[in-house]
Write a protein that binds this ligand. Structure first.
Ligand SMILES: [Zn+2]
Length: 87
């Protein structure tokens, strides 16, 4: 969190004091939202979230491929029957 009046920057999550962007490193502090510990935790959670989303997408894709294959097999069998009966 950034205090506009004092320039004090604190961790958005745990409130740890990170510095003052009036007196400290403005460009470093302006980008900081979390202390290093909370940032590591947030990064881990973000990574876990996207890994979960990827697994979900993979499962969906696998299910779609399976149903598509089943449809094609049925269609193929029907076409075979038509060819055989048409002879
Ligand atoms: Zn923190």
């Amino acid at each position: 969190m950034r205090d506009q009046e004092t320039g004090i920057v604190t961790c958005d999550f745990c409130g740890t004091y990170l510095g003052n962007y009036f007196t400290g490193d403005y460009y470093k502090l302006i980008k900081m939202k979390f202390c290093p510990a909370c940032k590591a935790q947030a990064d881990r959670q973000r990574k876990a979230f996207w890994a979960r989303e990827k697994r979900k997408a993979d499962r969906r894709e696998k299910a779609e491929m399976k149903s598509r294959l089943e449809r094609l097999e049925a269609e193929n069998a029907a076409l075979r029957r038509q060819i055989i009966e048409g002879r």
